[in-house]
Ligand binder design. Structure first.
Ligand SMILES: Nc1ncnc2c1ncn2[C@@H]1O[C@H](COP(=O)(O)OP(=O)(O)O)[C@@H](O)[C@H]1O
Ligand SMILES: [Mg+2]
Length: 201
């Protein structure tokens, strides 16, 4: 569990996208240590997601399963069962047939966590997953992240809530256009480093 922290425009989303392989760095190198694109799940910052796209809730989760649907180009009963199981886990039971336009912000974020779960990736990248999300949903999603971590997955999340980072993320990367500090959260989020990053909390 690694948090990415820093001021607006500091390059947090850029770093996450580079790790996800959405584009190549103009300088430097990204080493993924053998991870394939299918080993990485990426959840974009909310402002970058178009929620007017006409798609059903269960189809969004099914998209996450797609790389596993190898033997045929159709979803089987098992896949359908997996989708319903995931919707239960994210707290969207019975909402599979709704259009995503009908969901609240919190429900939509639960859904995107469901898609991440369906991908079953080794590395999960989350860009500000709790920004503008209601507290009950945040608590639920934190529970899911902890379960992923327990099952052996690596989670890297851009977060603004320093208290949450201190409570849940043992390691932190602090960036403000360039790297300020990285390592154990308590040693990274010092008053000196936060001042250096011009990050007022
Ligand atoms: N190290 C960097 N090198 C080049 N451009 C950067 C760097 N860090 C940030 N940027 C640019 O700054 C802008 C904001 O970065 P972004 O990653 O969205 O910041 P954040 O997510 O921290 O608010 C983007 O246009 C990005 O291309
Ligand atoms: Mg960002």
């Amino acid at each position: 569990m690694t948090a990415v922290v820093g001021p607006n425009g500091g390059g947090k989303s850029t770093l996450i996208k580079l790790i996800a392989g959405l584009f190549d760095p103009s300088d430097g190198k990204i080493k993924r240590h053998g991870l394939e694109p299918s080993d990485i799940a990426y959840l974009a910052q909310r402002t970058e997601i178009d929620r007017t796209f006409p798609i059903k809730v269960e189809d969004v989760v099914a998209m996450g399963l797609w790389p596993k649907v190898t033997s045929s180009t159709r979803y089987t009963k098992n896949h359908h069962h997996d989708v319903q199981d995931i919707l239960d886990k994210v707290g969207l039971s019975g909402m599979g047939r709704r259009s995503i336009a009908q969901l609240s912000g919190g429900q939509l974020q639960r859904l995107f966590f469901g898609r991440v779960m369906a991908q079953d990736a080794k590395l999960i990248l989350l860009d500000e997953p709790f920004a503008g999300i209601d507290q009950p949903t945040v608590s639920h999603l934190i529970g899911l992240i902890q379960a992923w971590h327990k099952s052996g997955k690596t989670v890297v999340a851009v977060l603004h809530d320093i208290n949450l980072v201190r409570a849940l993320f043992p390691e932190t990367i602090l960036i403000a256009r360039s790297l300020i500090a990285s390592g154990l959260t308590d040693q990274v989020l010092t008053p000196e480093n936060l001042t250096k990053a011009a990050f007022n909390v």
